[in-house]
Design a protein around this ligand. Structure first.
Ligand code: NAD
Length: 439
């Protein structure tokens, strides 16, 4: 990959350990590629096991005092974190747009939600009694210790803020292993949080590979808890390997979420809603509603409606507020989406909108055509596997019972939606399935 001519390449060679930016012990360097044009925009030196152990040691040492901090101290820290992150809201949004091609509307919402997490945690802390008494018995809520926080790339800022806010409210110190695909966003966020003047060692951030930094966090006996957001496969590894040191493990994993459109749905509202859920974050969202279940009686009207409504899902420069769909995050993800589109066609599904290749005018970078398949059977790979791109499968059903059965016929159970005009009916049609990583 070549750098953009005339544009400086950023370099990041440090990690955030014990309150300072320190040079990486790890020597491996990774290129950060801009997904809109495939050019190198940054080089990041990745942490190794030694960097990770230093960060864990700093967090362990800080826990000795922070673990005994009163509510008032944690509350003040959460306020400072909120202020510090708020000061860089525009920079945080721009970094998301640049680094992974997140569309600016979505990126702005994600950043704001992340920043709000500090105030939400502060409120929860105020409302939650940390000590309760029953007769002579006193029950106190104690922090578990050092928390290892591992994030996915697709809303990295949000995940860091959510996990950090909860950990601080609980009195835990943290080592964060952000997605290596989010190194620039993480740097902006950590620079911002550094200004919150935290007790040294409370917050440590080491950017590196999951199999190196993440694996060390999972096996290290000085880490008491892992909070992970990412794929099912990595979640399985973490649960298995964490068992050796009896880690408390929280997993937020993937999805193939159903949206059931009932036959009383108002299509002018239901179709745009279904498409927004499907193409959220350019289809790169865990909760994306990527299976749309449609009654056979309204199938033709729905497919016509989808074709019309797709005109509002413009592919384009993610920095343009009119853009609904940006590029895939990487070449690998671009190819993954293409391979699923091919597979869908081979399996006999019909392309209603989109298809293989780049959208016209967006041949550079990792742009894919937002694609809607109709005549999809739920046992096809495109209906069972998480694609993590803008690909929607439309599946026909005869009865509501059948719709619920199809919705639940999935190894996932993260999210679901029912669209209709009668609330009681919609509640009855709720799929009620909870699969891996449901949160
Ligand atoms: P991923 O599982 O490839 O990586 C997630 C994180 O785990 C990264 O930081 C990675 O470096 C790290 N990792 C990789 N191998 C590891 C190992 N052996 N030990 C410890 N850590 C390891 O996922 P991704 O590609 O970053 O994100 C996409 C996935 O995340 C999708 O499946 C998506 O549905 C899911 N996701 C879920 C939620 C949720 O809240 N449920 C939110 C966003 C994304």
């Amino acid at each position: 990959m070549k750098p953009i001519r005339g544009e400086a390449i950023k370099t990041i060679t440090t990690h955030y350990i014990d309150g300072s930016f320190v040079e990486s012990h790890g020597r491996e360097v990774m290129d950060i590629i801009k997904p809109t044009n495939g050019q190198v925009i940054a080089r990041v030196t990745l942490a190794d096991e030694e960097d990770t152990r230093r960060a864990i040691a700093a967090a362990k040492s800080a826990f000795a005092s922070f673990g005994r901090s009163p509510k008032e101290e944690r509350t003040k820290i959460l306020r400072r974190l909120h202020e510090a992150a708020s000061a860089r809201i525009d920079d945080l949004t721009s970094a998301m747009v640049e680094e992974y091609g997140g569309v600016v509307q979505f990126a702005g919402l994600i950043v704001q939600s992340g920043i709000n997490a500090f105030l939400a945690a502060e409120q929860a802390l105020q409302e939650l009694p940390l000590t309760r008494n029953w007769g002579k018995t006193t029950v106190t809520l104690e922090p578990v210790g050092v928390a290892g926080l591992i994030t996915a790339w697709n809303a990295n800022t949000l995940f860091i803020c959510l996990k950090l806010a909860s950990a601080v409210a609980a009195g835990c110190t943290v080592v964060i292993k952000p997605s290596e695909l989010s190194s620039l966003q993480t740097r902006v966020l950590v620079e911002a949080l550094h200004e919150a003047n935290l007790p040294k060692g409370l917050l440590n951030v080491v950017t590196g590979l999951g199999t190196v930094v993440g694996a060390e966090l999972v096996r290290n006996p000085d880490v008491a808890k892992i909070s992970f957001t990412g794929s099912v496969g990595v979640g399985e590894t973490i649960m298995r390997d964490g068992a050796k040191t009896m880690k408390r493990v929280t997993l937020e994993l993937g999805g193939k979420s159903p949206t059931i459109l009932l036959d009383d749905a108002a299509l002018d509202q239901a179709i745009p809603s279904a498409l927004v859920m499907a193409f959220l974050n350019s289809g790169q969202a865990c909760a994306a509603g990527t299976r749309l279940l449609v009654p056979k009686s309204r199938f033709d009207a729905v497919t016509r409606g989808i074709r019309d409504a797709m005109r509002n899902f413009a592919v384009g420069d993610p920095a343009d507020p009119k853009t609904a769909i940006g590029p895939a995050v990487s070449q690998k993800q671009y190819e993954r989406v293409q391979s699923y589109i091919r597979k869908g066609i081979e399996e006999g599904a019909e392309v209603l909108v989109g298809g293989e290749g780049h959208p016209e005018g967006f041949e550079a970078g990792y742009f894919v055509k937002p694609t809607v398949f109709v005549n999809v059977k739920n046992d096809m790979a495109i209906a069972q596997e998480e694609i993590f791109g803008p690909v929607l499968c439309v599946i026909a059903y005869d009865t509501e019972d059948e719709a619920i059965r199809i919705a639940n016929d999935s190894k996932y159970g993260l999210h679901a939606a029912v669209l209709g005009t009668d609330l009681q009916r919609a509640r009855v049609a709720w799929p009620r399935k909870y699969g891996p990583g449901a949160s």
